[in-house]
Design a protein around this ligand. Sequence first.
Ligand code: SF4
Length: 260
Amino acid sequence: LLLVLVRQNGTTTWVQQRPPQGDARTQEYALCRMLYTMLCGVTGIRPPWGMMTGVRPVRIIHDLRAEGKTEEEIEQRFLQHFDCTPRRFAMAKSIADLQRPVLERAQPMDCSVYAGIPFCPSRCSYCSFVSRTVGDKSSRALVAPYVDCLCKELAATRAAADAAHLSIKTLYIGGGTPTSVNAQQLRQLMGTMAEQFDLPALEEFTVEAGRPDCTDEEKLRIIKEYGATRISINPQTFSDEVLRNIGRRHTAQDILDCYR
Ligand code: SF4
């Protein structure tokens, strides 16, 4: 029996149903659907992305296309299976369409190199990424040895890619928050990337520079000086209330001011 109980203000509401025929995934979906429907009713909120979880809805469109699903079937999956709103589906689809030619151009030996900086100025409440808050002296002391090791690993990665005859097409420095390192450490990292990889041969070189509480003009200049072709500004939201509630120590206006 599938059973969902919700207790709110001392009142318990519950629904139950027999498990549907099918594999574990079918049964998991049935349980999620029961919980979602019940929580929508109890809270009066219907989330724009419906039952979807995770951070890459666009990926689902690519995967379904690769499975041979029609555009109509994909739309139905979003609207009916996930209860996503038509507006959000249209947004995800437009991004998937934009990415499609890039994916179709990719060759079997193409690869991308990702360098992760697992530090952030503060921890967002929803975050599931590997990241350590840096602020006091002891946490800051972790950054320099980490950047030293990362630079060595990037050199080894380049050698391994060459030995395997891989063609490096894109570089990405993400996190965490890459700009949480200081300007000197950022210069060391970017300098190593520029030295180790054939930048003119790349299709894209991205650095995440999305938190205005640790991004400044000097760091943006270093990113540009060492050949990055794109920065990813990921403020998450322009609602000050949400920024406050998730633990971001900046406002929406700070985001705009940072990149002026
Ligand atoms: S900035 Fe990104 S990685 Fe850092 S805590 Fe927030 S969501 Fe997580």
